[in-house]
Design a protein around this ligand. Structure first.
Ligand SMILES: [Zn+2]
Length: 107
C-alpha cells in the first residue's frame, strides 16, 4: 500500500528527448532527459541565481555571473582547478552587494 501523497506509476517511456511517466488518475509527467538541475543560490556567494545569464554561467563555472566577473574570470585556470575565495572575501563581497540600493518600478 502506498502513502496517500505518492503517485502510482503505471508506465514510462522515452520519446523526443523526454522521459514520460504515466501515473494513475491520468497524471503524466514529462522530464527532459538531459535536465541539468542548478541550485537556487550561487555555491560561492549564496546570492540567488536570478536570471538566464546566471544559469548559463553556473553550468560552466558553478557560480553566478557576479562571482564569475569578480573571481573566476581574472584567472579561469585557477578557478577550473578548484580555487575559491576565502570566507573573509566572500563576507566582504556580500556586504558590498547588500549595500546596493534597491529600486522598484511600480508603474
Ligand atoms: Zn555568486
Amino acid at each position: 500500500m502506498s502513502k496517500s501523497c505518492e503517485l502510482n506509476l503505471i508506465n514510462s517511456e522515452y520519446k523526443d528527448g523526454e522521459k514520460i511517466s504515466y501515473y494513475e488518475d491520468e497524471i503524466i509527467v514529462k522530464e527532459p532527459i538531459n535536465l541539468k538541475i542548478i541550485p537556487v543560490c550561487c555555491d560561492v556567494c549564496e546570492f540567488a541565481i536570478s536570471n538566464i545569464i546566471d544559469i548559463q554561467r553556473y553550468h560552466e563555472y558553478q557560480c553566478c555571473s557576479e562571482c564569475l566577473t569578480l573571481w573566476a574570470e581574472p584567472d579561469r585556470e585557477r578557478w577550473k582547478k578548484g580555487w575559491r575565495p576565502t570566507e573573509r572575501q566572500i563576507i566582504k563581497e556580500r556586504k558590498r552587494r547588500n549595500s546596493f540600493p534597491l529600486f522598484l518600478d511600480l508603474k
